[in-house]
Design a protein around this ligand. Structure first.
Ligand code: ATP
Ligand code: MG
Length: 423
């Protein structure tokens, strides 16, 4: 894409009322737009990155047998009353409104109830189980705090997968697979080293739920990390009894600030019983389906990656989720030799399947470099006088600042080489 055609502009100042580093940088770089406190739109660059995060999650969910669907944002009050999660004194973050034709509705905070009801039409026998279904869908929560930018939105994207199993053993075996898939996702998104499986309050059914907490000063949670075992326990549940159960020793734990990137819950029959999701087992007996839920916020994860990897110059994206693999920066003026060389390189890179943002504008070099740093694309190729004379290009690694001189042919992905950077 030519930067001269990109409608978004970068800006020097973040909105005065924006306190979160992630949102400040993403707004300044033109990735997102702040509509209201805790409510953000995703502009072209931001959407490219968000879509890459979504695709990583989708691949890992498909790999463990997940089937993708999409459910509605508008929710049925009667359904949620059956599980006692409609009243504001039970769940206090609903956005509710009413139909002109009468009756109330709410904007989805999560989707256990509607999916369980859908499954009552598709699951009736042990032969129909297990089932794993997931979606990427906007959730709406009337969150009180809005200090965390896109890490805590009132409207945000969630990947939520739900598992439906015959019994605890079948459930447990999937739960373990989901944990491994989650760890892969955070690894692929570039924050694997900073993310820990963290035991937290059980929520609905089992003693503990598992959170995936990424260590960051911007985090709202406090966790205690066992670096050797690479697991942690949330402060909320960190009692002597819990430590003993988990085989953790107090002396080995280090306190850290962290943000929850994902979590997994054993739901047992909390939803299948009240909503009548039963199946007939091999002996003809009717039994409630055993459920689990598995959430990740792709928009929160995007914010977490900014918090963890950005530096004083701006955003720093891992290759796997950068909006473009290469930022091609021409120091020429339209029509001169430098810009002719840059144009040709751009065309050839695009033909080779490389995702390139091409800064073809007539703007001062210093300004271009500062903007390039702010955008955070992993590699910058600079086309200046030297390139015209020698066909050697300066390549700058955004994360390390390392500069190398690279001959033109080596700027292209090698045949059969790593696919990174290709469309
Ligand atoms: P938290 O304790 O941080 O509020 P939660 O326990 O409410 O999170 P879940 O309801 O389990 O979170 O949601 C699943 C995932 O959705 C979370 O792990 C997180 O990644 C994401 N998420 C939850 N709330 C928000 C939000 N307000 N904005 C963005 N992402 C969110
Ligand atoms: Mg919450």
């Amino acid at each position: 894409m030519r930067q001269s055609a990109l409608f978004t502009k970068t800006r020097r100042e973040a909105p005065a009322d924006e306190v979160a580093k992630n949102a400040q940088l993403l707004v300044r770089a033109g990735y997102i737009h702040k509509e209201m406190a805790g409510v953000y739109s995703y502009l072209p660059l931001g959407l490219r990155t968000l879509n890459k995060i979504v695709q990583i999650i989708r691949e890992e969910m498909n790999a463990i047998g997940g089937q993708e669907l999409i459910m509605t944002a508008l929710q049925d009050k009667d359904l949620w009353s059956r599980t006692d999660r409609w009243d504001d004194d039970k769940v206090d973050n609903w956005f509710k409104t009413s139909f002109k034709s009468g009756g109330e509705t709410g904007l989805a905070i999560t989707h256990e109830e509607p999916l369980t009801r859908i499954m009552t039409e598709h699951i009736s026998s042990y032969r129909d189980l297990p089932v794993y279904a997931y979606q990427f869908q906007n959730k709406f929560r009337n969150e009180l705090r809005a200090k965390s930018g896109i890490m805590r939105g009132k409207e945000f994207l969630m990947k939520d997968l739900y598992s439906f199993s015959k019994d605890d053993a079948e459930h447990k075996s999937f739960y373990d697979k989901a944990r491994a898939a989650y760890l892969k996702i955070f690894e692929r998104a570039g924050v694997g080293d900073q993310t820990y499986v963290t035991f937290a309050s059980g929520g609905i059914f089992s003693e503990f739920s598992e959170e995936f907490q990424t260590v960051s000063e911007a985090g709202e949670d406090t966790i205690y990390v066992d670096e050797e075992k690479r697991i942690a326990i949330n402060k909320e549940v960190c009692t002597d009894e819990a430590l003993a159960k988990l085989g953790l020793e107090k002396e080995k734990l280090v306190e850290k600030k962290a943000i929850e990137a994902g979590n997994t819950f054993n739901l047992g029959t909390r939803f299948s019983e009240p909503l009548g999701l039963l199946y007939t087992d091999e002996t003809g007996a009717r039994k409630p389906v055993v459920m689990g839920s598995y959430g990740i916020g792709p928009t929160r994860l995007m914010g977490i990656i900014v918090e963890v990897l950005a530096d004083e110059k701006g955003l720093v994206w891992p290759e796997s989720i950068a909006p473009f693999a290469i930022h091609l920066v021409s120091l020429g003026k339209s029509g001169d030799d430098i810009s002719r060389i840059a144009d040709a390189l751009y065309d050839d890179l695009v033909k080779a399947g490389v995702e390139v943002l091409y800064d073809d504008r007539d703007v001062r070099a210093g300004e271009k470099f500062a903007e390039s740093d702010l955008l955070g694309i992993p590699k910058r190729i600079v086309v200046g006088k030297e390139a015209v004379e020698t066909e050697i290009f300066e390549v700058v690694n955004r994360a390390t600042g390392k500069v190398s001189k690279t001959p033109r042919a080596e700027l292209f992905p090698s045949e059969g080489g790593p696919a990174s950077g290709r469309v």
